[in-house]
Design a protein around this ligand. Structure first.
Ligand code: 5RP
Length: 220
């Protein structure tokens, strides 16, 4: 059973004619975009924005209308994946490097539906290294400041090169091991100059749909 696909296809059932929809990024969101594309080809009428260049390209290939932000006054719903989800529905996101656009789009959505396989459900956040988007200027100093918060920092690479986000920034993957106070850490990270945003999504998710190995979905 493809747990990501099951969760994604369940979420797409909630999309109705006329909705303004945010499209997430990653291998789970991929299945949601595929299913939405199928529904659009069958006659569903939606307007969409995407959280990454990759998701926008996929959506356009499938015939999903991508609308300029200036023409939409917010969104009804966004469907996106996550790297970790805790029982308060706080998230770690950014494994795919799209956390900044994902957070902007989530913030402007009436509803954020998170889709994930069962491995993403955790009692406490922090096992997954927290992605932090940082500007390239003085990156060494920004990394030092992050380390002072108690994590080990790995600047993300892609092959031999430094990974560059859609916004032309870097990603610092910060291993904390455990994050007992996500909101405090979120605010501490944002107080460091040079940091654009981090992958802690606090209080943004409205619903989480987990796909299980046996083909069932669980809705939180
Ligand atoms: C991308 C993300 C993804 O939603 C997150 O990394 C989960 O990815 P996947 O669905 O491939 O497991 O935040 O920036």
């Amino acid at each position: 059973m493809n747990m990501k696909k099951i969760a994604a296809e369940h979420a797409v059932q909630y999309i109705e004619d006329g909705m303004k929809v945010g499209l997430g990024t990653g291998s789970t969101a991929y299945w949601a975009i595929q299913k939405l594309g199928q529904r659009v080809q069958e006659g569903l009428s939606i307007q969409a924005v995407a959280t990454s260049i990759a998701s926008e390209k996929l959506a356009l290939e499938l015939g999903i209308p991508i609308i300029p932000f200036a023409e939409l006054n917010g969104l009804n719903v966004t469907i996106d994946g996550a790297d970790e989800v805790n029982p308060e529905l706080h998230l770690i996101k950014g494994g795919g490097g799209a956390l900044l656009r994902e957070k902007i789009v989530a913030y402007h959505s009436e509803k954020l539906i998170i889709i994930a396989d069962e491995s993403k459900w955790v009692p406490t956040l922090g096992q997954f290294p927290l992605p932090v988007e940082i500007i390239p200027f003085a990156v060494e100093w920004t990394v030092q400041s992050l380390e002072q918060l108690g994590c080990k920092v790995q600047l993300r690479t892609e092959g031999e090169q430094i990974f560059i986000t859609d916004n032309q920034n870097y990603i610092a993957d910060c291993s904390f091991g455990t994050i007992p106070s996500p909101l405090k850490l979120h605010n501490d990270i944002l107080s460091i100059p040079g940091i654009v945003d981090n992958g802690l999504f606090i209080g943004l998710a409205d619903q989480v749909i987990i796909g299980h190995k046996d083909g069932s979905v669980e809705i939180m």
